[in-house]
Design a protein around this ligand. Structure first.
Ligand code: ZN
Ligand code: ZN
Length: 145
């Protein structure tokens, strides 16, 4: 499934007229394969040995290109750096308060809740964000030992 996602993403960039470079391809395929919602820094650290001339700025520029093309979602959390999600379908997140891990939580989008928000506030709602905080599976077992 992630391979398909990568192929589709590559094709979409091609259709948009965006030139593919080895670095761009590496960043894109990492994002399409990982479930970790990495920051630009984390992506840089994973790929820097492969591309010694690559800078963090290159990673940022590419993330912006992918975001503008609708291939990734940027998740912002206050003043901490943005995380990037290669899964652009509607889904929710569980965030570990202990290690910061973000795990996808697939659940039918709460459309009724958006409608209720529109009724109650008069807003034209375009999207919503819902996040769950707690202790992830790994941290839970660490505490038990
Ligand atoms: Zn954790
Ligand atoms: Zn996600």
């Amino acid at each position: 499934m992630s391979a398909d996602r990568l192929e589709i993403a590559v094709q979409k960039l091609k259709d948009t007229g965006i030139r593919m470079t080895p670095q761009r391809y590496a960043i894109l395929s990492f994002l399409m394969e990982t479930l970790s919602h990495p920051t630009a820094d984390e992506i840089y650290k994973v790929l820097e040995s492969q591309f010694p001339n690559m800078s963090v700025a290159t990673v940022y520029n590419n993330l912006k290109v992918f975001k503008d093309a609708g291939l990734v979602r940027e998740l912002t959390y206050g003043d901490s750096s943005s995380r990037f999600d290669g899964n652009t379908s509607d889904h929710y997140h569980c965030i570990c308060s202990s290690c910061g891990r973000i795990v996808d939580f697939d659940y039918e989008p709460l459309v009724e809740l958006e409608e209720e928000a529109e009724r109650s506030t008069g807003f034209a709602i375009s999207s919503h964000r819902l996040e769950f905080y707690g202790t992830c599976e790994l941290c839970k077992t660490e505490y038990k030992q």
